[in-house]
Design a protein around this ligand. Structure first.
Ligand code: HEM
Length: 415
């Protein structure tokens, strides 16, 4: 099939942003791996669950577009300075560089550290809810879903309270512009980079030479600065792009999880009632929403190092492959009644946090933030309902993220 005959997927098309599922369902009819033109570039789109596992666990498929993208993909996706600079982080590296960085980050990001954050995350959550009107309308994205993860990640990174508003504004601009808005992205990237760079330089001087103490109560940034790998510290560029990754990975993703989960529950009040009646089902509800409406639509492009065969098609070396979570998570070969909301199904087998070497390092933190968010929201707000019809809501135009721009709700709050 020539490129002009391939199905077209424009990720900024408002119909696609609003309902990617309607676009993806017909593609599935063609097989688990489909060739499409994505934002002008022919790409292999993985829409089958088993095939996604295969791609994400294959050592013959690279995350490193700078080294391994073929010339066509390089021209479209890897041409800009913003792409080559801050984005050359561990999420885009292969072993052995990835292995080394991931080991270092894990030292500063242990499950124990994450679990210890719960009382503090609960306090932040309660403060946000306390600022809602006692009875009235509130935008759940602006007042709750966005400030919670940005406060958590800013605190973890050590961004000073007075710098947070700027940090959030630039981060929003960077995250929500696409690669075609090269100048906007580059400018916002420079601002975030300067802020993170200043923070790192300051903390490096203050910390001096002390080795990492795993019980240390400092920020994540401190842990990263102190992290050593056989006396080999992270260099300045690695540290900066890592903080940048943590910002991107820790902010929009969790924001969208809380926003999408709110919408899933409020758009069908029976779902919310069932959860209120049995609050122990909250973790299962969140897993099902992670599957049904993934906050990250698709993973960074991957590039085979040699020709590979997946789902009955042969993919050439360097040809871009995109694992599409919004499609994969509704694969009827893997999930019965895949389009139906059914908490408690074996939803943990969803791939929304990825799979293999790059499996999301922040999954325990994201799950913790979302659980605490809903525990507190449901406890403090006996009345919670959409203030606008679902069709009127708008979604961010993003290739990777799926989330609402605003979610007006009516609340009644008790103290
Ligand atoms: C990687 C999803 C929250 C940190 C990933 C990947 C996915 C993902 C799909 C794999 C990317 C790939 O294979 O190329 C999500 C979702 C989240 C979330 C859906 C929220 C609901 C977080 C949080 C943090 C975080 C809160 C940390 C603050 C990371 C890091 C990686 C990663 C560091 C790179 C791991 C590596 O390359 O080895 N995430 N994430 N994520 N995530 Fe998350």
């Amino acid at each position: 099939m020539s490129a002009s005959e391939l199905p077209v997927l424009n990720t900024s098309d408002p119909d696609y942003t609003r309902d990617p599922y309607a676009f993806l369902a017909p593609l599935r009819e063609q097989g688990p791996v489909v060739r499409v033109v994505l934002d002008g570039l022919p790409v292999w789109l993985v829409v089958g669950h088993e095939e996604a596992v295969q791609v994400m666990s294959s050592p013959r498929v690279s995350n490193d577009g700078i080294r391994n993208a073929g010339p066509e993909a390089r021209a479209v996706f890897w041409s800009g300075a913003a792409q080559r600079g801050l984005q050359s982080h561990m999420g885009r590296l292969d072993p052995p560089d990835h292995t080394r960085l991931r080991r270092l980050v894990q030292q500063a990001f242990t499950p124990r550290r994450v679990a210890a954050l719960e009382p503090w995350i609960r306090r932040i959550t309660r403060d946000l809810i306390a600022a809602f009107p006692a009875s009235g309308e509130v935008d759940l994205i602006a007042a709750f879903a966005a400030p919670l993860p940005i406060t958590v990640i800013s605190e973890l990174l050590g961004i000073a309270p007075e710098e947070r508003a700027d940090f959030r504004r630039w981060a929003d601009t960077y995250m929500h512009s696409d690669e075609t808005q090269e100048e906007v992205m580059a400018e916002a990237g420079r601002k975030v980079g300067a802020l993170l760079g200043g923070l790192l330089a300051r903390r490096r001087t203050e910390l001096g030479d002390a080795p990492l103490d795993v019980e240390h109560e400092g920020t994540l940034t401190d842990g990263l600065i102190r992290a050593r790998d056989q006396d080999d510290r992270l260099d300045e560029r690695e540290l900066l792009s890592l903080c940048f990754l943590l910002l991107g990975a820790g902010y929009d993703t969790t924001l969208n999880l809380i926003g999408n989960a709110s919408l899933t529950l409020l758009s069908e009040p029976a779902r919310l009632q069932a959860l209120r009646a049995d609050p122990d089902t909250l973790p299962a509800v969140l897993e099902e929403i992670l599957r049904l409406d993934p906050p990250v639509k698709a993973v960074f492009l991957r590039y085979p190092l040699e020709d590979v065969e997946v789902g009955g098609v042969r993919i050439g070396a360097g040809e871009p492959v995109m694992v599409h979570f919004s499609a994969v998570s509704r694969d009827p070969r893997h999930f019965d009644d895949a389009d139906t909301y059914r908490p408690g199904r074996a939803a943990a087998s969803h791939l929304t946090f990825g799979h293999g070497l790059h499996y999301c390092l922040g999954a325990p933190l994201a799950r913790l933030e979302a659980r605490v968010a809903f525990e507190e929201l449901l406890r403090a707000c006996p009345e919670l309902a959409l203030a606008e019809p679902v069709e009127k809501l708008s979604w961010i135009p993003s290739r990777l993220f799926r989330g609402l721009t605003a979610l007006p709700v009516r609340v009644t709050r008790i103290d």
